[in-house]
Design a binder for this molecule. Structure first.
Ligand code: LLP
Length: 407
């Protein structure tokens, strides 16, 4: 079942008229509802929700998440700074990332953030030196790669040994024991994230088996572990089919971790914000397509929303103007000079007219954050619907903004 839309078609069209297109529209109430549902699913077991900023880190969205409680998962120094600007305390931030720079690590240590999710023994030793030099002890979690196929798109699967993420499960025990001898770090947790847009909880269950066994061994060896960070990854429905159950996901995680008594940290991104956003674009051209059908060209494409071109991702398209006429197969495409710039192929719809608006749904996660200036497209405006109204939370980039850093 698909949740309520970001806004009725008439409201999306009104926003597009007033804000211009392309425009990302988010619904604050939807984000709040989904956040509440996610945390509610873990009720009764010690847990912390650390929203994955990479999904959508526009300041107003991050502030909204802060008001809902919990913490964040940052993937770079930039995301740490955005979290701080949005009012999160350092102790609300976990820092994950396969390639943390020396400056980023030093900052994380200095801020004394909640936990640094470390990706290698080398990184743990660097953290130890940085913290030791300051007379501090940094909390780290070792990111473990459990060698589990997540079933997600290959570009966003992260849990096989051939992937760059974490340390192989077989090497983890030795690395943890080494970490336990260092005075500048405290091994506070184990971390695992096997992929994104997971359609079921089964891969999480499989991934947690060796992680929980390792946690139990470490606890028995006197390691002061406090949590198991299960990463993010719970998928959403992009096509209107059933959404994976958050209740089942939470039950799977809790059942796996409970024998250790450790707290669960979860890092959901897409599940919280994905369905709460839509990208509204305008039709700028319509033309006949070889073999029948039409090309419907939008003013938004892979520079505004990369997912279809990068992953072959499907997003529901909703023409916002009712047009009479038969349903015709339309290739809805962007204006970028690449054949891969297809927003949706073979979509049945009455042929739209130039100037019509089309909503591209479920783009609240990994939409605006992955936009680029390719073909010198300005970054789109973003608006947030709150209560009965809406407001700009990011104005449209101008050409002046775009060239501001250039000589
Ligand atoms: N934690 C870690 C360590 C992650 O790497 C990720 C996502 C998350 C949490 C949040 O995962 P989520 O709950 O959102 O699935 N650009 C891709 C998705 C890349 C996800 C990368 N890591 C897309 O558009 O599908």
């Amino acid at each position: 079942m698909i949740g309520p839309p970001v806004a009725p078609a008439s409201m999306l069209a009104e926003i597009a008229r007033r804000a211009g297109t392309p425009v990302y529209v988010y619904n604050a109430a939807r984000i709040a509802e989904r956040y509440a549902a996610f945390t509610a699913a873990f009720t009764g077991y010690p847990h912390r929700v650390h929203y994955a900023l990479k999904a959508n880190s526009t300041l107003a969205v991050v502030r909204l998440v802060r008001a809902l409680g919990g913490g964040v998962d940052a993937n770079s120094g930039g995301e740490i700074d955005v979290a701080l600007r949005a009012g999160f305390a350092p102790r609300d931030i976990v820092f994950t990332g396969v390639g943390k720079t020396p400056d980023e690590l030093a900052r994380a240590v200095e801020l004394d953030i909640h936990t640094i999710n470390a990706e290698s023994l080398g990184e743990i030793e660097r953290i130890d030196r940085l913290a030791g030099a300051r007379g501090q002890c940094a909390r780290v979690a070792l990111r473990v790669n459990p060698d589990v196929a997540a079933g997600a798109h290959p570009h966003i699967s992260t849990g096989r040994l051939t992937h760059k993420f974490g340390v192989p499960i077989a090497a983890a025990a030795g690395i943890c024991r080494r970490a336990m001898t260092l005075s500048g770090v405290r091994l506070a947790g184990l971390h695992v994230h096997i992929g994104s847009q997971l359609a079921s909880s089964a891969p999480i269950r499989d991934a947690l088996v060796p992680v929980v066994a390792l946690a139990a061994d470490l606890l028995a060896a006197g390691c002061p572990l406090q949590h198991v960070d299960v990463g993010g990854g719970l998928g959403i429905s992009y096509d209107g089919s059933d959404e994976p159950s958050v209740t089942e996901y939470a039950r799977t995680v809790i059942d796996a971790v409970r024998p250790t008594g450790l707290q669960v940290i979860a890092e959901p991104g897409r599940w919280i914000v994905g369905p709460a956003g839509a990208l509204v674009a305008s039709v700028v051209d319509v033309k006949e397509r070889e073999g029948g059908g039409r090309f419907v060209v939008l003013d938004a494409g892979m520079s505004e929303l990369l997912r279809p071109a990068l992953y072959g991702a499907f997003h529901r398209l909703e023409p916002l103007e009712p047009r009479p006429g038969p349903q015709i197969a339309c290739d809805v495409v962007g204006p970028i000079c690449e054949t891969s710039d297809v927003v949706g192929a073979e979509r049945l719809m009455p042929v739209p007219e130039v100037g019509d608006f089309i909503a591209i749904h479920d783009t609240g996660a990994y939409g605006a954050v992955m936009a680029s200036n390719y073909n010198r497209h300005p970054l789109p405006a973003e608006v947030l619907i709150e209560r009965d109204g809406w407001r700009f939370i990011r104005r449209r980039q101008t050409v002046d903004d775009m060239v501001a850093l250039e000589n």
